[in-house]
Write a protein that binds this ligand. Sequence first.
Ligand SMILES: Cc1ncc(COP(=O)(O)O)c(C=O)c1O
Length: 429
Amino acid sequence: MKTKARPKKNQKPTRSREAAKRTLGLNVEKIRKDFPILREKVHGKALVYLDNAATTQKPLAVIEALDQYYREYNSNIHRGLHLLSEKATAVYEAARIKAQKFLNAADSREIIFTRGTTEGINLVAQTWGRQNLIEGDEIILSAMEHHSNIVPWQMLCGERKTVLKVIPINDAGELMMEELKKLFTSKTKLLALTHVSNALGTVNPLAEIIQFAHSRGVKVLVDGAQAVPHLKVDVQALDCDFYVFSGHKIYGPTGIGVLYGKYKLLEEMPPYQGGGDMIASVTFEKTLFKKPPHKFEAGTPHIAGVIGLGAALDYMDKIGLENIAAHEHDLLVYGTAKLQSIPGLELIGTAQHKAGVLSFTLGEIHPHDIGTIFDRQGVAIRAGHHCAQPVMDRFQIPATARASFALYNTRAEIDALAKAIHKVQEVFA
Ligand SMILES: Cc1ncc(COP(=O)(O)O)c(C=O)c1O
C-alpha cells in the first residue's frame, strides 16, 4: 500500500505558482482582468483604486450587458407587443428575480427598482412614513448613519412633527447596545439603521437588533448600501421590514438600486410617484393602481440600469460572496496591521466586526491634503466627512481619509497605500 510522502523536517511547504496567485479561493489576478479600468494609469502611475465605498468599478460582463441592450434590443418595457420590447421586458423582469435571490426575498414582487439607496429610503419615508406616523411618534436612527438615512426622516419629522432619537456609538465605532434598548418607548414606530457603516466599516448586529425592535412592535428599515458588496444578506433570516441598496456599489451601473419590502407592507403603502406603468386604470374621476412592485415604478424606469444590475449580480454570484468576504477580510486584517504600525496614524473605526474600510487621520494633516498627495501616487481614496457628519462630530474631527476595498484589490495595493502615507509624512515633515 502506498503512503503519502511526508514533508521532511523544516521543509517549507511548496505552492504552485497558480496557487500563490490565489487568495482564499479568489484568483485575484484573473478577476482584475475583468475590470478594464484597472489597467488605466493615473498621473503616469498604475491606478490603485481604493475608493470602493464611494463606487465600485465595473466588470466587462456589466459593460457588455449595457452595450448589448443598447445595440441589440433597446426598447421600452411592459407595453410593446414587438419582439424587442418583449426581450427587454424579459431581461428586466429576470433581473428582479436575480435581486430576489440575491437578498433571499420570499417573492420577486417584494423587489422594487429605485435610483439607489437614497431613493429607496425617501420612498419609504414618503409613503409608509406619511401613512403611519403621527405627531409625537418616534424614529430611532444611529450616530453612524449616512446622510441619506438621516435627512429623509428629518424632512418627515418637519412635516409630521415626529421625533428622531439617536443610538450613540462607542470609541471603537460600535453601537452602544444597552443605550439602544433604552431608546424604545411606546411611541417608537421605526428603527432605520445601517447594516455596515460607510465611514467606520462597523458591521452592526442586525439580527439581534431587529428581533428586539419587533418585540416592541417597531418596524425596521436597513440601509444595506455598504453591506451587500461584502456579506451575504438574507432578508428572511434577518426578518427586516425594508432593505435598500445601490447597484453602483456592487459592480453595477449608477442610478439603479433596490428596495426590498415585505409584501404585506408594500400592498398597504400608497404609491410614491404617479404616472404611466403603475396604474391598472385611469379616468378623470379615479385611478386604480397596480399591485407591487409596479405600483412603485412609475414611468419608464432605468431599463439599462436594471439589466446592468442583473449582470452585476450574476458576476458576484459566479465568484461567490463567501469568497469575496474572505478575500476582503484578508485585506482588512493585513491593512489594519500595516496602518497601525505607522507612527502618527490613527484608525477611526476599530469595531470588532468590520467590513473592508480603513478610515484614518494623520495628526494635523488635513485628509484633503492626504487625498491630493495620494492621487499623485496613483492611489485613489476618499477624504472628507463621507456624508456622515455626525460620525465626524462623535470623534471630534473634521474629516478622515478612507481606503475601502473591493474583490479586485490586493495586498500589493495596500503596500502602495502605506507607501503613499509615508510620502505624505515626508512632505509634511
Ligand atoms: C451607508 C450608505 N448609505 C447610503 C448611501 C447612499 O447611496 P446612494 O448615493 O447610492 O443612494 C451610501 C453611499 O455612499 C452609503 O455608504
